[in-house]
Ligand binder design. Structure first.
Ligand code: ATP
Length: 889
């Protein structure tokens, strides 16, 4: 590459001050005042507000109380939404695109937001072009400009061509000088950020919204009737001044009932729970880009994972070489530090060994786009770890020779791509005229293109027997879990080499090189978890079958001693959908896709989805994007993944590890269970309240709850425990159950029956206690139903709140007994219940509230009755749970 200096850090910094950061300013989707306003735009709230204002003229305190309850509720709603928005924003800021640039004459990675005009940027396959600019170097560069032009075929770009922000490198590599950044770029004019987390609706939210609509309509009709009845009861037709009051009272009551019935807060509460889940996931290194993914994660039934970097550490170290003369070479040391480790050939005195080692180290050095960086006594790499490992090897060898090999000039680069599975460069030759092509790549692909081999003395014609010898060695290296590359060369004439197809043929094989990439420590446990949770793990890798099988065996993904079907990309290509589908359908079939081609991931996802599997699929390259989009959960790698793959994915792993996918699935399951818990809690409470109101009307006894008390419960004491259930810790055994059936609705028969029964039991207990208190007060059937009935109503109110608080604990599990749970585990629930109790205390014992809410300070024996009423639903629920458990065995 020609050395282009770019800017100095100081220049870049001062420019940055002038032009600003290279970011697209997106309008905040939802400014706070809009969020606040939206709390008051709900139809029921509007009616309630209107009614409260009307009633102001006849009952000021009632009106003020209603307004305060609405305000309190709006504050909770606003706070929740605000927090969700902040979470989404925080998630967005956790993914920082980075790019290789030249600063101070050196290559380094910087965050794209700090790019300024004049910077020189280095592009590789899969990068997003981070700013507008002009190419100063181009190697087979093809850009996908669909985002700007709509044209889906990648466009070839040559030196001096313009490149635009937002387009993506489909192939090749390049260098360009930045001209425009941020909002001044072409893309800036039309842009909308796509790597940010979006709030798409989850299936559960949609289901609940539909149910909500249905309940709302039903309630609408009922409330009209209630309103009419209330109006007729209160109005005195001879006195027009009573009209207003009757309308206000009727409205307040019917709207209170509507609020009791309609679970309108539910979708928001679910969004909040999903957002909280997303922030928990972020802490565990997984960034979800759509909130609905949190829910989908819980249903994942198959994880298709690539190997390099996800199952392995992606910390490559060259371990062994096998030379064209049949000699083996051992390389010691770990990591990228060339100071540790040595290159040891068994027969180093052999001239041919030295010649071959020199040649191989030239290929490793020049056929390479990575950089080894030495900073503060520590070695790191820029670029592909496979190539980084080669540089370290060359440095170790140079240390042995005590010279840094030859200095050749690179004239052309044909960058690596995962279809060809190789890379080559054309370099100037030291002595004679003409040029040399240096190639490295997957042995399968490369050996097929080799017609000769070099034994260190002479170039020999390849016989099949000789080739087999090298293939055998290749397999033996791979079975030790080594990642193997083949290295080759040939003499060429640069002028005649227009593209890689012309160049990469009739090659001279020079040797094999094997590197270790150790499995990640945490993956083994994650795989065991997957198996316990009925989740299938399929490895789809570009690497060689034997290497992949060795790693998969080490990690327990396949039983190494059992039959494992290793399908190569070429084999899969020849299979019909039906044949492949048959293999994928059989869950007991151990299968590994090796040397797979990027478009095959797409086929695998589709066929798995045809069998109703919910698929999480990893991918890092530019060609993986369609499969990532198609998968239910497309997983991109935060560290090694290309920007294109990150954009296509629905989840980004900050640490690239397979184990994080499993953690995310576990979290997804937990959150889904919690959603069910609070849906159940809210519905059982609502049914309970409706039961109380309707029995009062049907059996013509005084209303057990006034409108204000209903509002106090629904907008006050109910809400906090419901929210707290959303952050409940996972139940034991969560990852020992098979994945849930995604087609199954939450609101199935069993679930609805369960909360209906509970609602009715709760309602019956409250009515019971109300009637008891009413009769205590000397009320008889048929006597007047108007009046304050302060004491019985307070009893009913307190019983209802207490039952619901106990219910919140019960809701923590649909099968486990309350008595076998750790009730202290969810601190938020304890806090929520504490706050609700405090509210009840104030409503009952603060004289001011006694006045305005018409409540009565209960004594100890009253509390005894309330306790009895709260225990009965608990006993019934425990009975139901016991039945569920006994059915399981
Ligand atoms: P996975 O798909 O699990 O991430 P992978 O990294 O091996 O595995 P690819 O990146 O498609 O998949 O690489 C396929 C093969 O190409 C590798 O096994 C290796 O033999 C060869 N290869 C990888 N990187 C390079 C490179 N930079 N230059 C030449 N050949 C390479």
């Amino acid at each position: 590459m020609t050395q282009s200096l770019g800017l100095t850090t100081a220049q870049a910094e001062s420019k940055l001050k002038i032009v600003g950061r290279n970011v697209l300013e997106t309008k905040t989707a939802n400014p706070w005042y809009k969020m606040l306003w939206s709390q008051f735009t709900d139809l029921l709230v509007i009616i309630l507000l209107v009614a409260a204002i009307i009633s102001f003229f006849h009952d000021k305190t009632e009106s003020i109380i209603i307004l305060s309850i609405v305000a309190l509720n709006a504050a909770i709603g606003f706070f929740q939404e605000f927090r969700t928005e902040k979470t989404l924003e925080a998630l967005k800021n956790m993914v920082h695109p980075q790019i290789r640039v030249m600063r101070d004459g050196k290559e380094m990675m910087i965050q794209t937001e700090y790019l300024v005009p004049g910077d020189v940027v280095i592009l590789a396959e899969g990068d997003k072009v981070p700013a507008d600019g002009i190419l100063i170097e181009s190697h087979s560069l093809k850009l996908d400009e669909a985002i700007l032009t709509g044209e889906s075929v990648p466009v070839e770009k040559k030196i001096k061509d313009k490149v635009f922000m937002g387009t993506a490198v489909a192939k090749g590599s390049a260098m360009f000088e930045v001209t425009f950044t941020g909002m001044t770029s072409e893309f800036g004019k039309i842009a909308e950020l796509t790597t940010s987390t979006k709030n798409a609706k989850s299936p559960l939210e949609i289901e609940l919204e539909r149910i909500g609509m249905f309940v709302t309509k039903m309630t609408g009709v009922i409330c009209l009737i209630l309103f009419a009845l209330g109006f007729l009861r209160d109005v005195d037709f001879s006195d027009t001044t009573t009209y207003f009051d009757a309308i206000a009272d009727g409205l307040i009551f019917s709207v209170s009932v509507a609020i009791a019935a309609v679970p309108e807060g539910l979708p928001t509460t679910i969004t909040v729970a999903l957002a909280l889940g997303a922030s928990v996931l972020a802490r565990k290194h997984a960034i979800v880009k759509r909130l609905s993914s949190v829910e989908t994660l819980g249903a994942v039934s198959t994880i298709c994972s690539d190997k390099t970097g996800t199952l392995t550490k992606n910390e490559m170290t060259v371990r062994a070489l096998y030379l064209g003369n049949g000699e083996s070479v051992e390389v010691t040391g770990v990591g990228y530090d060339p100071r540790e480790g040595d290159v040891r050939a068994s027969n180093y005195e052999l001239k041919s060994t030295q010649v071959l080692l020199n040649l191989l180290s030239d290929i490793c050095w020049y056929c390479n786009e990575a950089k080894l960086v030495h900073k503060k006594g520590h070695y790191t790499i820029l670029g592909d770890p496979t190539e980084g490992a080669l540089l370290t090897f060359v440095e170790k060898y140079a240390k042995k020779l005590q010279v840094r090999g030859s200095s050749l000039e690179t004239l052309e680069v044909f960058p690596f791509d995962s279809d060809r599975k190789m890379m080559s460069v054309i370099v100037s030759r030291r002595s004679t005229k003409g040029e040399k092509l240096l190639v490295k790549g997957s042995p399968d692909q490369l050996l097929a293109k080799c017609e000769f081999y070099f034994d260190g003395v002479k170039v020999q014609k390849f016989t099949q027997a000789k080739k087999n010898e090298f293939i055998k060695e290749y397999q033996s290296m791979a079975s030790k879990a080594l990642r193997v590359l083949a290295l080759a060369y040939r003499e060429v004439d640069l002028k005649k080499m227009k593209n890689e197809t012309q160049a990469e043929k009739e090659l001279v094989f020079a040797g094999l090189l094997g590197m270790i990439d150790p499995p990640r420590d945490e993956v083994r446990e994650a795989v065991t978890k997957c198996h316990a949770a009925g989740i299938r793990v399929i490895v789809i890798t570009g690497d060689y079958g034997i290497t992949a099988k060795a790693i998969a065996g080490e990690l327990g993904i396949v039983k190494a001693d059992g039959p494992v079907l290793v399908l190569t990309g070429d084999e899969v290509k020849k299979m019909s959908d039906k044949e492949l589908s048959k293999i994928l359908k059989d869950k007991t079939q151990q299968v590994i896709f090796a040397r797979s081609l990027p478009d095959q991931k797409m086929r695998v996802v589709k066929l798995l989805q045809d069998h109703r599997e919910i698929v999480a699929m990893t991918g890092d390259g530019v060609n993986d994007a369609p499969a990532l989009k198609k998968a239910n959960i497309g997983v991109a790698m935060g560290i090694t993944g290309t920007e294109v793959s990150k954009e296509a994915a629905s989840m980004i792993l900050l640490n690239d590890s397979f184990a994080s996918i499993v953690t995310a699935v576990e979290e997804g399951r937990r959150i889904y269970e919690n959603l069910k818990k609070f849906v159940w809690f809210i519905f059982s409470c609502n049914i309970g309240e409706l039961f109380v109101i309707f029995t009062s009307i049907v059996f013509a006894f005084p209303l057990a709850l006034t409108a204000i008390l209903i509002l106090c419960i629904d907008l006050g004491t109910d809400i906090l425990p419901a929210i707290a259930l959303g952050v409940d810790p996972a139940e034991p055994g969560l990852m020992e159950k098979p994945p849930r059936n995604p087609k199954k609705r939450v609101m199935d028969r069993a679930f609805v029956t369960n909360f209906m029964i509970m609602g009715c039991v709760i309602g019956a207990c409250v009515v019971g206690i109300f009637l008891y208190a009413l009769i205590q007060e000397g009320w008889k059937w048929g006597s007047d139903t108007s009046g304050d009935f302060t004491y019985p109503r307070t009893m009913a109110f307190t019983a209802l709140v207490m039952v619901q608080l106990v219910n919140a604990f019960s809701a923590k599990s649909f099968r486990r007994s309350l008595f076998s749970m750790n009730l202290l585990a969810n601190k938020f629930l304890l806090l929520a219940i504490g706050v609700s109790l405090l509210l009840v205390y104030c409503m009952l014992y603060v004289p001011f509230f006694n006045d305005v809410l018409k409540t009565y300070p209960l004594n100890l024996s009253d509390w005894g009755w309330v306790a009895v009423a709260s225990i009965i639903p608990l006993v019934v629920l425990e009975g139901m749970k016991w039945r569920t458990r006994s059915k399981e065995v």
